[in-house]
Design a protein around this ligand. Sequence first.
Ligand code: ADP
Ligand code: ZN
Length: 731
Amino acid sequence: MRSVQTYFPAAEPCAVLTTQPLDRPLDYLAPEGGCALGDFVEVPLGPRKIIGVVWGPAAGDFPRNRLRPIFRVLDAPPLGDDLRIFLEKSADYTLTPLSAMLRLATRAPGLGDAPATRRIYRLGDAEPDRMTDARTRVLEVMREYGGLAFTQRELADMAGVTASVIKGLVKQGALREEDAPRDLPYPRLDPDAPGKALTDDQKAAATVLCDGIASGAYGTTLLKGITGSGKTEVYLEAVAACLRKGRQALVLLPEIALTSEFLTRLEARFGGRPAEWHSGVTMTERRRAWKMVAEGGAQVVVGARSALFLPFRDLGLIVVDEEHDTSYKQEEGVLYNARDMAVLRASLCSARVVLASATPSLESWVNAQAGKYSRVDLTSRFGDAVLPEMKAIDMRAEDLPSSTWISPTLRAAVKLRMAAGEQSLLFLNRRGYAPVTICRACGHQVACQHCDARMVEHRFLKRLMCHQCGETAPMPEQCPSCGVEGKLAPVGPGVERLAEEAVAAFPDARIAVLSSDLFGSARALKEEIVRIAEGGADIIIGTQMVAKGHNFPLLTLVGVIDADLGLQGSDLRAAERTFQLMRQVAGRAGRSTKKGQAMLQTFQPEHPVIHAILCGDEEQFWAAEAREREAAGVPPFGRMAGIIISAPEAQDAFDLAGQLVRHAGPLIEAGATVYGPAPAPISRIRGRHRVRLLVKSAKGVVLQPALRKWLGGVKVNNNIRLSVDIDPQSF
Ligand code: ADP
Ligand code: ZN
């Protein structure tokens, strides 16, 4: 093995990677006192001073006498080898510039400010005597971020002003200067605090995970257990084992809304609150978390996918909870799948991965089947809870007035539960009042002006909303197409409309609607969830968000309003998604001592997916799914990449796509095939037309080098955006 230089004495050339959009590190001379690999440094770039990381030996393609010296080494924990290699490999895999990867890893604000000199700034009470553009910009930034405090550098960078502008505002009393709070370590967590007494099954599963931790070597385990079987209790034992070894643990959750409940649970288990990392965490807290993760003062981090890029000092375990969840795939900016990246990161630092789910992704199931991952199953629910009984309601045989969706059979079942003092959940995976608004005079369907999507009526907000771009508009009085007044009518149900029907059908019931857009804040939502869990509602009407993780002990009936919804369309993952979603939703019923029941309203009870859900033979379902994917040569049995080209004019996007197809030589030589161009799954978003090419190859082909060569060969005009999506979610 080649030995890598790790220390650069003063004036010796070395390469520094910055977060500037350049495709590689730049050469500089080491500062007085030298610098080491991974050090955060301040370097000149043009007229500016920017922060970078010492990345390796100089590339040497620039004459030494023209290199500029590094200004100084910053007082921040250096980036470890494993994280640097992780960033390089994930940049390589996702075809992302390394600088963009570094940006993910250094999101902590104020990085590199010397702690001793750190002062922070808040809005003051006084108005400055004289306003300048620069001063206005600073005050605007401060107001935009409400009560947050910033360091001088953060503020200067964000407002694009010099330090003297900030000093001037302090003198005038328009800003207040104070000492930054010292970054405190998180409370010590006690792995030996008494946990719950595990059942024999749970103990056996925990032992497998703990043995893995003890081995000190990389390995991934799929922890498959039906909802309520105690997966969380089991992987908390792995966290404890990891802490006993003095290593750090990371728990990834698919949704921020689940963190606070989880933190409370973790605190109860280990006697202290761990670090938290997601977009809802304040800048100050993020700064603290970043630093403590690097120094080892944070033993456990609970967070969203971006927590994978934190500078752990010694990461020993990554848990990916609800590993099948599609929100682990980042769909904007750097496109990566956190589940796969967790496995990569762990393999680079001899850590263990636990993928936990009641309904694993087909990828993980196949990897376990092939022996790449080990697998542990929990097959019974904790305590007296048993899995709900599953039943189809054949909608062809139900007598339903038009514009109603709750069948007589389901209605009777809900009434029985109400009489017993139990809760029912009516599940419909559609936000808003009605998915379509149609003109009864001309047949026009109201659509978003910027996207290839219909506008969805949200009666609660009294507006139409585009679920692609978020644009809203008032409900028009006249048809936007034919101009006739008073003829616009809702078609089909959303949860709000379903709630309306429920109010009429169950006049005595207390009805609660759980849909993400009905709550102003995560906190309001959490309070509502607690209220419902304590029995504050008889009927819960909810979208996808109720399928995840929340515990409603009184809930014994789940009615799925439209079980066929996900099966339409041509997406090869539709069956997997529907299967997972239906099982997850059904799993909400009967989580405590009362037996639960799930009823699926369907027009095609004989459909293989519906059939598999009902009979509950999961292994058979996965095996059949795997066979179909294998026959189609798609992931996880083949490799695939999506190339999305977007432009204000559709023709420009198609032209570039056509050009790429004509110059596909490098791909063909590598044994890959290009399909398309075709309109992307969503063909227009925010006014940009989107065209997609799909690249497919056998599993043995490494696509990335071929893709790089291929895409490097065409010129992309400024108005066109091209992004590469390795392992796309839909195909
Ligand atoms: P899962 O993550 O598989 O859905 P959880 O770990 O959340 O399951 O467990 C479901 C419920 O059962 C939780 O309220 C949990 O506290 C409880 N539970 C599970 N195992 C035990 C145990 N061994 N002792 C006490 N309570 C348990
Ligand atoms: Zn839109």
